[in-house]
Design a protein around this ligand. Sequence first.
Ligand code: COA
Length: 416
Amino acid sequence: MNLPLNGIKIIDFTHVQAGPACTQLLAWFGADVIKVERPGSGDVTRTQLRDIPDVDALYFTMLNSNKRSLTLDTKKPEGKKILEQLIRESDVLVENFGPGALDRMGFSWERINELNPKMIVASVKGFSDGHHYEDLKVYENVAQCAGGAASTTGFWDGPPTVSAAALGDSNTGMHLAIGILTALIGRDKTGKGQKVAVSMQDAVLNLCRVKLRDQQRLDRLGFLEEYPQYPHGSFSDVVPRGGNAGGGGQPGWVLKCKGWETDPNAYIYFTIQGHAWEPICKALGKPEWIDDPNYSTAKARQPHIFDIFKTIEDWLADKTKYEAVDILRKFDIPCSPVLSMKEIAADPSLRASGSITEVPHKERGTYLTVGSPIKFSDLKPAITGSPLLGEHSDEVLAGLGYGPDDIKRLRESQVI
Ligand code: COA
């Protein structure tokens, strides 16, 4: 298949999650992604959280599909020489090493730009250049705390809470992918490469935009009408944690359904969309609420919104989450069952769309992964298994002009 990014060669100097998520996405869309890994060990996720002894962990396989793997010790002179050759003939280098690691290796932006002025160098760091924390190494939850997500997530009587969603890692990788594609389009116009950087803090903050909105509203008004603290509780001068509140202009909450006593996910999310009040009343069998002045406007409902949610829970008590959603969808009410990972893994619609997909792997057999969440009319990415450590070293080096004897020698001297 002729894919949009065919012909784009990427040196994938990434590890763990943020960088690999970015380059995996670009590989799905046709880029030739060569993952450069340390000989002997490779990306640390190959061995982290293993479920099968001596087989690449799912942590690795689910973030590195459609790539090639080249082992290369880029601190050894011959390794550096090979990397230089690769840089000369590639389009993009992506890295998410700790601060300064690439410079210490001898591959500063200036040096790379000298080797190949068309090269795009894309980096993930915890904090942006010049930030007072720019020297910090960062993992997912550190970024969620630094980007405003943790202070605004959870319940008001509990501590700051991190999300299970990889807001710091994969989210930053997705931002970086947008940056790389933009730089590639820019290069078509100028003929020049450039440096693209996304910090994990910034990527989290970008998703917490609405909370900065709320801080400014709180500064001006002293309250936030859509938060559970309004109107009976109190506000301090910082955006509080709002539990499961809607967060936008639509009140919502996680509500219990039949079986919640034993099933931790027997819940739905229910949204009270302002203009959908009439269908909500009809769905709940409460036609008397439609014109009742205590219920008919969002402002009138807010003081007793939790009583309303309680009434909805009473209605839900004899319905499973699926039955409830099947009724509510007929009334155009925005809602969803709370789905467990087990349910998602088996979901026929997600399987049919390729959002959940099975991929063959040389050593582990078939594994389940998340496919492309981006759907195109003319492109359905074929997800292939992740590479074994160094699986493509010979092939890549042969492409650079190394013969079998050179490769043997490089292997013996642990350069590859
Ligand atoms: N050959 C030789 N050396 C290599 C190599 C290779 N193929 N690949 C990596 N290395 C070296 C690096 O040059 C670095 O050496 P140095 O510190 O002596 O200069 C060393 O390996 C360690 O790299 P580092 O990235 O600092 O690893 P770490 O395990 O100490 O830290 C992170 C891991 C994720 C905390 C850190 O990389 C980081 O903060 N990255 C930026 C933010 C980020 O992406 N976080 C994780 C998101 S999932």
